[in-house]
Design a protein around this ligand. Structure first.
Ligand SMILES: NC(=O)c1ccc[n+]([C@@H]2O[C@H](COP(=O)([O-])OP(=O)(O)OC[C@H]3O[C@@H](n4cnc5c(N)ncnc54)[C@H](OP(=O)(O)O)[C@@H]3O)[C@@H](O)[C@H]2O)c1
Length: 316
């Protein structure tokens, strides 16, 4: 656990990145609380998702895509309760549970959301921790499903099916009627079948042999970013499109196969739809564990090791 300094009424604690040396240089610092402006919605943070994006930023691996200056507050997504609103924002938001994105950093006790498109009220009956997993999870999965347009005739193979994005991919693909082949560790097999996977293959053993027993994929959605893993799939498959969320470039082993890197976002209504699906039970969130934000290093180290089971959250 990281040591902390005392806070006052005007200060709060935040997880601060002070170098590009990775997890080890993260600090809990006392910083000024955000200032309320007419456009502000002030949120008391309750949960933030631990995303691979955080680790990549900390290691300086996103500098070309998203140049940053240090020190910076870590994190992207959040779930919390609205405690104050500026003069130009709706007072109906006061006390409302919300989820959202804070591109300038979310791992802090209070978040000042000044961009209405990045804040989404959580319907009554939806658990706030569950809703927080949509940010950087279901949204990315939905974007991938939109871009790949699977039909009921498709067999879609998902790499990283047990991850924060993969768990939603399994469900959203199933909703579209596709046959879902999930690659995961054997300990994740049962619950991935429950989520809707038709077949779960153990990628840690003889994957080509396992692939030979499964329906032949027509599409791959990759959330792992390993060219070696994609090579194994590509060699055993026929005509195929590979869509990766993690690997900007890859050359399939056969000419009848195509590769595409996917990036992008979904709209305001999509978040409302995803929240409604959580509310009516057609979508399930998988939370691996919730750790206090002071344990951010442990949480990120856990995310880095190969034992994913949905999303890790920090609590505040
Ligand atoms: N392009 C975009 O717009 C966008 C948006 C969101 C996320 N992403 C990217 O999507 C990726 C997945 O994100 P996430 O939040 O789902 O990550 P995550 O929760 O950490 O899950 C990672 C998954 O990859 C698996 N995995 C890791 N190493 C593996 C290997 N060598 N071989 C096979 N499987 C392996 C893990 O399974 P085990 O635990 O069994 O190892 C786990 O299922 C990240 O690269 C992230 O940056 C991209």
């Amino acid at each position: 656990m990281l040591s902390e300094t005392e806070t006052t009424n005007n200060t709060m604690r935040a997880v601060v990145q002070t170098s590009y040396n990775g997890i080890q240089d993260l600090q809990i610092q006392t910083v000024a609380k955000p200032h309320l402006t007419p456009l502000s919605v002030m949120i008391q943070t309750k949960f933030t998702p631990v995303l691979p994006y955080d680790r990549m930023t900390e290691e300086g691996r996103l500098q070309q895509l998203r140049p940053t200056r240090l020190p910076l507050v870590v994190g992207y997504g959040f779930g919390g309760i609205v405690t104050a609103v500026g003069a130009l924002r709706s007072r109906q938001l006061l006390g409302q549970a919300v989820i959202g994105a804070a591109p300038a950093g979310s791992h802090q006790e209070y978040i000042n959301s000044q961009w209405p498109p990045l804040l989404f009220p959580v319907p009554a009956g939806v658990d706030l921790a569950a809703a927080t997993t949509l940010i950087g999870g279901a949204d990315a999965a939905l974007m991938a499903v939109r871009q790949t347009r699977p039909t009921a005739r498709d067999v879609v193979l998902i790499t990283g099916a047990s991850g924060g994005v993969g768990t939603y991919l399994v469900q959203l693909l199933k909703q579209r009627g596709a046959t879902v082949v999930a690659l995961a560790r054997p300990e994740n097999r049962e619950w991935l079948l429950t989520l809707g996977a038709d077949v779960v293959l153990d990628y840690t053993q003889d994957l080509p042999a396992a692939l030979a027993t499964a329906p032949t994929p027509t599409q791959v959605i990759d959330t792992v970013g390993s060219a070696a893993l994609l090579d194994q799939i590509s060699r055993t498959a026929g005509p195929l499109t590979i869509f990766s969320l993690s690997l900007p470039a890859y050359q399939p082993t056969k000419t009848a196969q195509a590769f595409r890197f996917g990036n992008g976002s979904v709209g305001l209504h999509d978040y409302q739809d995803l929240l409604a699906m959580l509310a009516n039970g057609t979508l399930t969130s998988m939370i691996q564990t919730v750790l206090p934000f002071q344990q951010v290093r442990e949480a990120q180290a856990l995310g880095k090791t190969h034992h994913t089971h949905g999303r890790i959250l920090l609590s505040y």
